[in-house]
Design a protein around this ligand. Structure first.
Ligand SMILES: Nc1ncnc2c1ncn2[C@@H]1O[C@H](COP(=O)(O)OP(=O)(O)OP(=O)(O)O)[C@@H](O)[C@H]1O
Ligand SMILES: [Mg+2]
Length: 387
């Protein structure tokens, strides 16, 4: 079975360097390795000092690079859907908005990665993702796309086709036509399959890269919570750019002390996760020798294993219903849980997760309890007349 590791983190913290260091290590073990850049601002070519772009490039024995162009992929694979969604979201002014939804570009990159995985050519696929916010916004996509589908096309494909001309005249909105609807449905299916693959913790894990400074630490903590909320497996934290001990230099000693405090905070939040500390090198990580040097600083054993495996979304019976268990290591502030229709909505730290419920829990009451890094949602069937 293949392996996918997604590297993510705030802008500029070292995601590309760390992902590349893993790729070089992996290829060095003789495993066929594909390093993919899913970030629109590609720089693998620069890092490996190779001509990239347009397709998969061989960068060494067992090492391959790919800089994805999601726009091209989108237009090639789903031309009608892209146009229809742009039209729909642009409203009557059809000239606006070239991109249908924010985050779609990275999403298409991930779809492509899913396809490459299914083809089975590479043993390890290491993904250099876009900065945290964007990556995470797309992890909820199948749920988000369901929402769009239901909101805009509640009556289903056939009726939409019949209604399209009428809707256009009445609301001055262009409803998608048949080809587009077919593509949107295919997209929806492929996204659901992709989400299943990315949530399969025997194949795919997410590793977070950060630097020991306030903004990066805060963002990394939030990312960790969201990944858990959406049911993804994290199995590593990389703290990059640690200053060396130079006691005689008060300026550096001060910053080392600041770093030490943030490392301590990260160790608390990421307890149970493998933490890798990487030094601040005197030169940029550029060129194969520098990437190899960082590769040499990574742990020796089991680097590509799924290093942590936790169960997500476990249900246990309680009096009058079920308790849903979600790992949520960092308390994200206000948490709200509510059942609406067939779904449970959980709002935590500004992110909303929608979890479909079994029939028996339709309209149940939901109460959220956060305890020791676990979020428990007690779902109880309401008795007649109860609010
Ligand atoms: N440990 C390190 N020591 C010295 N320089 C480093 C280290 N890690 C990264 N760098 C340098 O910092 C810069 C940013 O690193 P990198 O491109 O890997 O980050 P990134 O998170 O991928 O950034 P972006 O969000 O822009 O894609 C690069 O110039 C890189 O060479
Ligand atoms: Mg990068």
């Amino acid at each position: 079975m293949g392996r996918i590791i997604l590297f993510t983190g705030k802008g500029g913290v070292g995601k590309t360097s760390v992902a590349a260091a893993h790729a070089v290590r992996s290829a060095g073990e003789g495993r066929s390795t594909l390093l993919v850049s899913a970030d629109m601002a590609h720089n693998l070519g620069d890092l490996f000092q190779l001509e990239t772009g347009g397709g998969i490039v061989k960068a060494g024995d067992s090492l391959f690079l790919l800089e994805l162009d999601p726009y091209r992929l989108m237009r090639r694979e789903f031309p009608h859907a892209v146009q229809a969604l742009s039209d729909l979201l642009a409203g009557p002014d059809l000239s606006a908005r070239p991109m249908p939804l924010p985050g779609f570009d990275t999403l298409f990159s991930l779809l492509m990665i899913g396809k490459i995985y299914q083809e089975g050519t590479y043993e390890r696929i290491l993904v250099d993702c876009a900065p945290t916010g964007e990556t995470l916004s797309l992890l909820k996509f199948p749920e988000l796309l369901s929402w769009y589908m239901e909101k805009f096309f509640p009556v289903g494909k056939v009726i939409t086709r019949v209604l399209a001309p009428a809707a256009k005249a009445k609301y001055r909105v262009k409803l998608p036509e048949r080809k587009a609807m077919n593509e949107i449905q295919r997209l929806h299916r492929e996204l659901a399959a992709l989400q299943e693959l990315l949530r399969d913790n025997s194949v795919c894990t997410v590793r977070l890269v950060c630097t020991p400074e306030r903004m990066s630490v805060e963002e990394t903590k939030r990312a960790f919570t969201r990944l858990h909320l959406y049911g993804y497996q994290t199995d590593g934290l990389y703290i990059n750019r640690l200053l060396p001990a130079l006691e005689e230099n008060p300026f550096l000693s001060h910053w080392r002390e600041v770093q030490r405090q943030y490392v301590g905070e990260l160790e608390e939040v990421f307890a149970g996760q493998p933490i890798v500390r990487l030094p601040w090198y005197p030169q940029e990580v550029r060129g194969i020798a520098a990437v190899e040097r960082m590769g040499g600083a990574l742990p020796e054993d089991g680097l590509f294993d799924v290093r942590v495996r936790t169960e997500t979304e476990v249900y246990t019976p309680i009096d009058g219903g079920f308790r849903l268990h979600l790992r949520l290591p960092e308390a994200p502030g206000d948490i709200r849980a509510e059942c609406q229709g067939m779904d449970l909505y959980i709002e935590a730290g500004g992110a909303v997760r929608r979890i479909p419920l079994p029939d028996s829990l339709k309209g149940a009451s939901a109460a959220a309890v956060l305890e020791d890094g676990m979020l428990y949602i007690d779902l109880r069937q309401r008795r007649d007349g109860e609010q």
